[in-house]
Design a protein around this ligand. Sequence first.
Ligand code: SF4
Length: 297
Amino acid sequence: MKNNYLYTPMPEMHNEMIPVTIGCSYSKCLFCDLNMGRKFYIYPLEEIKSYIKNRKEYYKDKRIVPKKFNLLEGNPLSLDTDFLEKVLETINEKFDIKYISMFARTIDIMNKSDQELLRLKDLKMDRLSIGIESGSDEVLNYHRKGIDSKGQLEALRRLESLGIDYSTYIMLGLGGKKWSLVHAEKTAEFLNKLNPFEVVLVTTVVFKGAALVEEVRNGNFQRLRVRETLTEERDLIGKLELNTILNASHKTNSLPLRGKLPEHKDLLIKKINEHLELSDRELLAAERKKWNIWDWE
Ligand code: SF4
C-alpha cells in the first residue's frame, strides 16, 4: 500500500490503522492540504482484505492484539455502503473488535440512510471523527466547507439518535481576524446543542499545499497572532456548556491543554490566562521553537 504520510484522528491515533482510501473525495476546503496534489484513491477491496489478513498474521504471536481500529484516510464514509460493509466484515472476522472509527464529513453522514448507518453500526462502526471546524456559517462558507451549520447539526443529531458516538474537530483561528469573535461565539453555540465524546481543538495553519496560501497573499485572509488565537480559545472554552473531553493538545496549538468539561473549565481558562502573561516576544519565540522541533521530527 502506497501512503507516505497519514492523517489520523487524534482521539484514535493509537488504534490499528487500516488503509482504505488515500486523501479526501471532496478536497475543496481552503485550509486543507490533505490531498496535496494526490488524487482521491480507493484501494481495491481484495487489497484491503489481504492487508487485514496480513495484520492478523502479524499479531499471531503478539501478546497485545488490537481491538480498536481506524479506517484511513480523509472520509472513508463517502464509500458505497456495501463496500464499507465488506471491509468491516473482514475486520470483524479476523479480530475481536471493540470499535472501528474513521474520519467522516457531515455530508457523508447525510448521504447515508438510517438503515445504512445502522448496518455499519452493527459491524462496530463507532466514534466517528468529524471535522466541524466552525459553528459560524460565514466561516464555513468562506472556507468552502460545502455544508452550513444547520446541515452539520442535523447530521450529528442523526448520529446521536442512532447511538453512534463521535468527536468533533474545531479549528482555532479559522475565521482569521475578520470573524474571530463570531467564530468563537457560534462554535460554542453549536457545540452546546450536541454531545460529542470529545472536542478536539487544533489551530489553523496555512499549509504550503492549501488554497488558503493565496488568500493570505492577496490579503483576503488575515491570520490571528498567537495572542489572538489564545484569546479566541479562552472565549470559546468560556462559552462551552456541554459535558465532554476538551482536547487541545494538538501540536499546532501554542499551549497544550486537555481536560474534562465542565469540571476543568476554570482550570483550563486559568492556564490560558497564565500563558497570556508572556510577552509577545516570548510567545513568538515559543512558537518558533515548536515549529523548528516539528521540522526535525
Ligand atoms: S477538511 Fe476534510 S472535508 Fe475538507 S478537504 Fe480536507 S479532508 Fe476533505
